[in-house]
Design a protein around this ligand. Structure first.
Ligand code: IMP
Ligand code: MG
Length: 177
């Protein structure tokens, strides 16, 4: 039985794209000392690679969040691990692995904005626009992808596959058994 249908994005393409985003952010945030908020666990590799290439001084913090609810019921955000720094007057960049329905990032951005930061922007490696329920402004995006379940480079299925170096489409037979 095949575990993966195909490699959707190669290690080389990820590397190239991450460098491009780092360069753009370095330019946009020059002298602003931005705070990168890494959303665990999915964006751990993305955030690390991104920050290795950011040339302007920056800070990093971590959060664990999830959202509950469906497209019909308004969803709520559950914060399992909050930031350790005060974001008042800071320029915040949320770093996420993938935007799907948009619920998580919509709620997270609202919550962070209520703490009085100078700005909040969103940087995501992957975007599945077909599945959007909540409108969110994506400021930096690596790749737009079709509505398929992907794993690797931080993304998981039941905590597995995060350590794969590339992004792959998981075979239906894995999650429909
Ligand atoms: P949403 O945008 O609120 O629907 O939530 C996005 C979250 O769902 C991401 O942070 C992932 O944890 C998870 N997710 C959505 N699509 C995928 C996928 O294709 N692979 C792995 N995780 C996914
Ligand atoms: Mg996630």
């Amino acid at each position: 039985m095949k575990e993966f249908d195909k490699v959707l994005i190669s290690k080389e393409d990820i590397e190239k794209k991450v460098k491009e985003i780092s360069e753009q952010i370095s330019e946009d945030y020059k002298g602003l000392n931005p705070l990168f908020v890494c959303i665990l666990k999915g964006s751990v590799f993305f955030t690390a690679d991104l920050l290795r290439n950011v040339t302007t001084p920056a800070q990093i913090d971590f959060m664990v969040v999830s959202s509950y609810g469906s497209s019909t019921v308004s969803s709520t955000l559950k914060v399992k691990k909050d930031l350790t720094v005060d974001i008042k007057d800071k320029h915040v960049i949320i770093v996420e692995d993938i935007i799907d329905s948009g619920n998580t990032l919509y709620l997270l951005k609202e919550m962070l904005l209520s703490r009085g930061p100078a700005s909040v922007k969103i940087c995501t490696l992957l975007d599945k626009p077909d599945r959007r329920v909540k409108e969110v402004k994506v400021d930096y995006c690596g790749f737009k992808i079709p509505d398929e379940f992907v794993v690797g480079y931080g993304l998981d299925y039941s905590e597995n596959y995060r350590t794969l170096p590339d992004i792959r489409v998981l075979s239906r037979s894995v999650y429909e058994k």
